[in-house]
Design a binder for this molecule. Structure first.
Ligand SMILES: *Cc1c(COP(=O)(O)O)cnc(C)c1O
Length: 366
């Protein structure tokens, strides 16, 4: 069986260094708000070509904290609006709701599944405050279209980079392409911890300070609380593990690209549509998603051939019970993507032999 993602094999590929670093932190007796987080924050901000990084508990919190901070800094009201792609992972949308703002769903492009900038204008209201772009599957949105639009209407831009660590747009890193970026270090992401973790990256010093305060019970000075904040921290063990893994991120992303290139070159089944790739260097292939009108049949066929696949995602956010107020909406592009998309195995530790089996299995689908 070829696993969709073999996390155990990924972890083992960083040994013995990973365990040595974790053991070193255990022995230090210092587990929160220490040198390891500081060191990782500095390295990750640098990696993203940005200036500030704040480690937080997970990717959802990173998104929530940015939006909460902007509400404090700019006096946004409850119910002010943030435009977000309708086909994203639901966490992007949950973050907007959790921050007391209203998500406004934007249809993606049919071909690349990224936000369709031409539709933004039609979604603007007097209460629009920000655009959240999501670099879905590891490919960067068309930021040269998003940024001038946002500037024209005085909107903030937030990047959800949970699937795009290290991705590039015309040579520039995600995380430094907007006003603020949120990262997740969930174990299955391109840069994954040994548990939960996340980070906010920004070149805005005041935003970074406000996020740090909000993530620390709303307190900058001990026992003095400026805001009703939360407790959201990246811990020392996770930071130490992430520092080890960050050093190999570019090489890991290159290996993902190499596998994706082979898939696209050698998969030749007319029933299976390959993903749309804008630039080979930019995409980091967090997921390799194909489309097929008979998606469920394809998934069953691959399963019978010993290839595990997943669907990202089976139910679009506007059809979820959690957002019942949207259930009546019709978003045909989003719905078509959700009904046809299938994610094939891709990871830096897959062997050439496994890649070959995946290709042959896709090609033998009838
Ligand atoms: C994983 C993910 C998140 C949430 O990250 P967590 O660390 O699991 O909270 C947010 N947005 C997208 C697009 C994701 O893929």
């Amino acid at each position: 069986m070829i696993k969709f993602l073999d996390i155990k094999r990924i972890t083992e590929s960083f040994e013995p260094q990973l365990s040595a670093e974790v053991q070193r932190v255990i022995s230090s007796g210092w587990y929160l708000l220490g040198n390891e987080v500081e060191k990782f924050e500095k390295a990750f901000a640098e990696y993203c070509d940005s200036t500030h990084c704040v480690g937080v508990a997970n990717g959802l919190d990173a998104l929530v904290l940015i939006l909460m901070a902007w509400r404090k800094m700019y006096g946004w009201s409850e119910g002010d609006e943030v435009i977000v792609p309708a086909n994203t992972y639901i966490a992007s949308i949950l973050a907007i709701s959790r921050a007391g703002l209203t998500p406004v769903l934007c249809e993606p492009h049919e071909d690349d599944a990224l936000i369709d900038v031409d539709r933004l204008e039609g979604l603007l209201t007097s209460r629009t405050r920000a655009i959240m772009v999501v670099h879905l599957y590891g490919q960067v949105c068309d930021m040269d279209a998003v940024r001038p639009f946002a500037r024209q209407y005085g909107l903030k831009v937030i990047e959800d980079c949970a699937q795009a660590h290290g991705a590039l747009y015309k040579g520039a890193r995600v995380g430094a392409l907007s006003d603020a970026a949120a990262f997740s270090f969930y174990p299955g992401k391109n840069l994954g911890a040994l548990g939960d973790g996340g980070a906010v990256v920004t070149s805005d010093r005041q935003l970074a300070r406000t996020v740090r305060t909000l993530a620390n019970y709303g307190s900058r000075e001990k026992y003095v609380n400026q805001y009703q904040g939360l407790n959201s921290r990246l811990d020392e063990l996770q930071a130490a593990a992430l520092s080890v893994k960050l050093r190999r991120l570019d090489a890991d992303n290159d290996r993902r690209r190499q596998i994706a290139r082979r898939y696209i070159k050698q998969m030749n089944n007319p029933l299976v549509q390959m993903p749309c790739i804008h630039t080979w260097l930019g995409h980091v292939f967090h997921l390799f998603t194909v489309r097929c009108e008979r998606r469920d049949d394809l998934q069953n066929h691959l399963s019978a051939m010993g290839v595990q696949t997943l669907i990202h995602y089976p139910i679009p956010p506007h059809k979820q019970e959690a957002y019942s107020e949207w259930n009546h909406l019709s978003l045909p592009i989003t719905e078509r993507i959700h009904s046809q998309i299938l994610s094939l195995p891709i990871s830096p530790v897959m062997t050439d032999e496994e890649v070959k089996v995946v290709i042959e299995s896709v090609n033998s689908f009838k």
